[in-house]
Design a protein around this ligand. Structure first.
Ligand code: SF4
Length: 507
């Protein structure tokens, strides 16, 4: 009896559940490059190329390890161009009676698998440190699912940065030492570029010929196998981790990476594991090479935030994807797809996204996310955009980050207040405002920063929901204390910005 062992493009690790449950001697691994997945949303060309190149190399590794692999290339003549089609084609060719799959990180793909007319055994994805069942138990009966409490549980469970049952340094969180504005005049070692080899070049040609999505394909700089991913991790730990904490929220013109790790694509594809990454960071701290604030801040992102959002995704199910607690319905403005803008911060964040398929978390949260939320964009459209344009974006991680943290579409399940700010935050954390058509200090008038105008408009239109929120009451008091004429001018300015967005005009 032959079984098919399905390995998806973000399950590229030899100990993924379906491979562990498979039998090399009789089963056939199925891997498929299909247009159906490449175009499910308009994925960034670099993301498609990264996944396809990494899949090809991983498949070659499995074959070298003795597995029989049925691999469908995108340009194979018989390719049905859907995952279901390829599984059925292989099932018929090999006379397979069952498909072994590891739970996909996208509800749409899971539904497709479950609808197949052959038996499919979906196994839990145990590459995470916290299982779905464990997260559900932790969440049960809690009024608020606060990440900080979950994170402490994960510290205890993994023993990372622990002395017995106490956190090293006597505290769980060192963020008061982190999150400073970046200094423009520092020399920062940039992440290494991995020159495309023959496999990557082959894929780049294919992607160039078949996809015309938003985003530049070249230069392509990503590692596409485990050895490269390990090299990228080692380089981050040695060169950028020491300043990671203090710079993690900063924005600088022309500095796409600052001191960020830029290893999330490798983690999310399966080329790196969360625990090995955290152990490498912990070891650097133990050796005295990095400050505790940097090590703790990084480890929190991985065993805290990353595991937490995956738990939320699994707990809430597909209905989470259509939540829209604030009733926002505006179309996504053209600036998100590279349209002209006078806003220097948006131009930098979107331009960098177009070029690299990468932006760090504050660019995503406090620039593009903040603007979409203030402007009242339909969260489903914002979700589709983030899922499309970032090389590390997979639904299980992207949807809670976008719909929950960034757009407040879940009504406050992830965050106790919406992540909105006026231009003052961007001004404090970046050097964008000096070169902007708008004036960040102006609160009214033609040249007032759109973030300033839309911030108040957002608070006013959602007053009923947020006025009794203890973290927002102060802002309502500031608004109420403003002179009536000024309030009218602010709202009229915001309406004018929204009308221009609506008309597709440049903002
Ligand atoms: Fe962005 Fe406003 Fe600053 Fe311009 S002035 S860069 S729009 S925050």
């Amino acid at each position: 009896m032959v079984r098919l062992v399905l390995v998806l493009g973000d399950q590229l690790t030899p100990d993924v559940a379906a491979l562990k449950a498979g039998d090399k001697a009789r089963d056939v691994v199925v891997m498929a490059e299909v247009m159906g997945e490449g175009t499910s949303v308009p994925h960034h060309p670099q993301k498609i190329a990264l996944i396809l190149a990494a899949m090809r190399k991983f498949a070659a590794g499995l074959e070298a390890d003795g597995w029989r692999v049925a691999y469908s290339r995108l340009d194979d003549a018989e390719n049905s161009q859907t995952l279901s089609g390829e599984l059925l084609r292989r099932a018929s060719a090999f006379g397979a009676t069952e498909v072994l799959a590891t739970k996909p990180g996208e509800w749409r793909v899971l539904a497709d698998l479950e609808a197949l007319p052959v038996p499919v055994r979906v196994l839990a994805d145990d590459r995470f440190l916290c299982s779905e069942a464990e997260f559900a138990t932790w969440a049960e009966g809690r009024k608020q699912l606060r990440m900080e409490w979950f994170y402490r549980e994960m510290r205890r469970k993994t023993g990372l940065l622990m002395e017995g049952d106490q956190p090293v340094g006597g505290q769980w969180n060192f963020d008061h030492d982190n999150r400073k504005p970046a200094k423009a005049d520092l020399l920062r070692p940039k992440p290494r570029d991995f020159a495309p080899d023959a496999v990557v070049e082959g894929v780049l040609g294919l992607v160039e010929a078949r996809f015309s999505h938003f985003g530049r394909l070249r230069p392509f700089r990503w590692a596409t196998d485990r050895a490269g991913a390990l090299a990228a991790l080692a380089e981050f730990v040695a060169e950028r981790l020491p300043r990671f904490g203090e710079e993690q929220d900063a924005l600088l013109e022309g500095e796409a990476y600052l001191s960020h790790a830029v290893i999330s694509p490798y983690l999310n594809l399966g080329l790196l594991g969360p625990l090995e990454v955290c152990r490498a960071v912990e070891a650097a701290w133990q050796a005295g090479r990095v400050p505790i604030a940097a090590a703790e801040g990084f480890i929190r992102q991985v065993i805290g935030w990353r595991e937490y959002v995956r738990g939320i995704w699994a707990l809430t199910g597909p209905e989470y994807l259509v939540r829209n607690a604030l009733g926002h319905s505006r179309a996504l403005p053209g600036v998100y797809w590279g349209g002209e803008t006078g806003m220097a911060c948006m131009k930098a964040a979107v331009g960098q996204t177009q070029d690299l398929g990468y932006a760090h978390h504050i660019q995503r949260l406090m620039v593009t996310g903040n603007f979409a939320l203030l402007a009242g964009v339909d969260p489903a459209k914002v979700h589709e955009w983030y899922l499309s344009v970032y090389v590390d974006a997979f639904e299980w991680v992207e949807a809670p980050n976008t719909l929950g943290m960034s757009q407040f579409a879940d009504g406050g399940m992830l965050g106790s207040k919406p992540y909105v700010s006026s231009g003052a935050y961007i001004d404090r954390m970046s050097d964008h405002c000096g070169g902007c058509r708008y004036l960040v200090k102006e609160k009214v008038g033609e040249r007032a920063c759109p973030f300033n105008l839309l911030y108040w408009h957002f608070l006013v239109r959602h007053r009923e929901r947020f006025r009794s929120n203890p973290r927002m009451g102060q802002m309502y008091r500031v608004w109420d204390g403003m002179e009536a004429g000024r309030r009218e001018a602010v709202l009229a300015g915001a309406q004018a910005v929204l009308a221009r967005l609506e008309a597709g005009e440049v903002v």
